[in-house]
Design a protein around this ligand. Structure first.
Ligand SMILES: [Zn+2]
Length: 110
């Protein structure tokens, strides 16, 4: 999968036939609701042919990407993208200095 961070104001340009998200309701925004992201298959499942990025992205300004799964996961670990009001357990985990196993919430197959 490839990922692209786009501005919330460019959501209207998204062609949902070209991305894995199915509708605006399935988009995930950052905490300021200024950005969201889309993902698409980087290659064909039948023949491994590489897919280029969806053409609608050329209408979107100030995009970040294309990003790999690892890069996107890193962005989602930033405070801006971490849901607010974390549970006590999450707070406790984030305060530990020892790095634990990565958050698997967004782990998906490449
Ligand atoms: Zn194919």
């Amino acid at each position: 999968m490839k990922y692209m961070v786009i501005r919330a104001s460019d959501v209207k340009h998204i062609d949902f036939d070209k991305v894995e998200q199915t509708s605006v309701d399935t988009l995930r925004y950052n905490n300021k609701k200024t950005q969201t992201f889309v993902k698409w298959k980087s290659k064909c499942e039948c023949c491994d042919r590489a897919f280029t990025k969806p053409s609608f992205l050329s209408k979107c300004k100030n995009t970040t990407g294309p990003l790999t799964h690892e890069q996107m996961k890193e962005i989602l670990s930033y405070d801006l993208w971490t849901p607010r009001n974390p549970s006590n357990e999450e707070l406790e985990r984030s305060m530990r200095t020892v790095k634990e196993s990565p958050n698997t919430e967004y782990a998906e197959e490449e």
